[in-house]
Design a protein around this ligand. Structure first.
Ligand code: ADP
Ligand code: MG
Length: 330
């Protein structure tokens, strides 16, 4: 691996995890135009980072998009008898589509600024464990929000699906299994490292990565699950020995007593304090929970710090003036 400057912010290697809101504003239709506008907006912030000398590796969520993709396959079967693809293939579809859209938008923004970095997305498999506790109960919300009338119909059509009500955003959503990512596929590991070292802006582990299990120690097969992109982002950041893991979302920071009158923003916190808050249930599972957990894991695995920030406040957050920064205990 090439030498990295550790003293100056310039040349620092960041893994940026883009939340679903980077592509899809809640309440907005998931049209290509809407998503593309959001991605172009996110790309301006990413280009600011590149322009100021950071080296950047990108990962992204796919919550709304994987739900839409699954529904497209569903509708294709009902309307035209086209056999649907399994969930792992659908995750690969979202990696391809969203990765392509980021490539287009970010590359154009960089070129506009006279920067010439190559932006390349990689289809990334992520190994999970069938014995993981998380393989028992579906907990990850994906896809569209249904109102009370819509959910009756959807439940009838899919009696085997699990749904949960999202109080904060007011709607029912489908839940799927979301096992812990263990490691990135071996072939992808080498390719990602080579590309990063060559100065390429790599997009990897999109949508949490394509979930695979190993059979008989060598044969990888895809499974019906969606891995959390923040936890997969930690695996990516640890793999490439990134300086920082930066998780961008639609809230300014992680809060304790979130949504209560006693709500308090967390600024700089040590991993053990973050862990204590996580155990107390301060961060909702499936949203802020995995972000904090990813941050804790990253610093415990040797990372310098993990930052949770709102997209537009990222520069301030990197300077410690906004967001939540998780640092190692010592
Ligand atoms: P992303 O697409 O960026 O991963 P998520 O919806 O998964 O976004 O997570 C961000 C959401 O987490 C926020 O919009 C907020 O409603 C929710 N959230 C839950 N608990 C907390 C908390 N303790 N502090 C801040 N946000 C929280
Ligand atoms: Mg999320």
């Amino acid at each position: 691996m090439s030498q990295r400057k550790r003293t100056s912010r310039k040349g620092e290697l960041l893994v940026i995890a883009l939340g679903g809101n980077a592509f899809h504003r809640h309440g907005e239709k998931g049209t290509f135009e809407n998503q593309n506008r959001q991605i172009r907006n996110a790309s301006r912030h990413l280009a600011d980072l590149v322009e100021s000398g950071y080296r950047v590796v990108i990962t992204h969520g796919n919550g709304p998009q994987i739900g839409d993709t699954l529904l497209r396959h569903d509708a294709g079967q009902k309307m035209y008898g086209i056999p649907p693809f399994p969930m792992d293939v659908c995750v690969a579809e979202t990696q391809g589509a969203l990765g392509y859209m980021i490539q287009l938008a970010l590359r154009s923004e960089l070129k506009r600024r006279g920067l010439d970095q190559v932006v390349l997305s990689t289809l990334t498999r992520v190994l999970v464990d069938t014995n993981d506790e998380e393989m028992r109960t579906p907990k990850k919300p994906i896809g569209p929000f249904y109102n009370h009338n819509q959910i009756q119909k959807v439940r009838k059509e899919h009696p085997d699906y699990t749904f949960a009500y999202d109080k904060a955003r007011g709607g029912w959503r489908r839940l799927v299994l979301s096992p812990n990512p263990m490691r990135i596929g071996i072939a992808e590991q080498s390719a990602i490292k080579l590309l990063v070292d060559s100065g390429c802006i790599v997009i990897a582990c999109g949508g949490g990565g394509i979930p695979v299990i190993e059979e008989k120690g060598w044969h990888a097969i895809g499974i019906e699950a969606v891995i959390d992109k923040d936890l997969a982002g930690e695996r990516l950041a640890t793999l490439i020995r990134a300086d920082r893991l930066v998780i961008l979302t639609d809230v300014e920071a992680a809060y304790v007593d979130y949504g209560k009158p006693s709500q308090r923003k967390l600024g700089l916190i040590r991993a053990s304090d973050a862990e204590r808050f996580l155990k107390e249930g301060q961060f909702a599972s499936g949203s802020m929970g995995p972000k904090v957990l990813a941050g804790i894991r990253f610093v415990q695995n040797g990372g310098k710090s993990a930052v949770i920030s709102e997209l537009t406040k990222m520069m301030n957050a990197l300077g410690g003036r906004s967001g939540t920064t998780i640092i190692p205990d010592s």
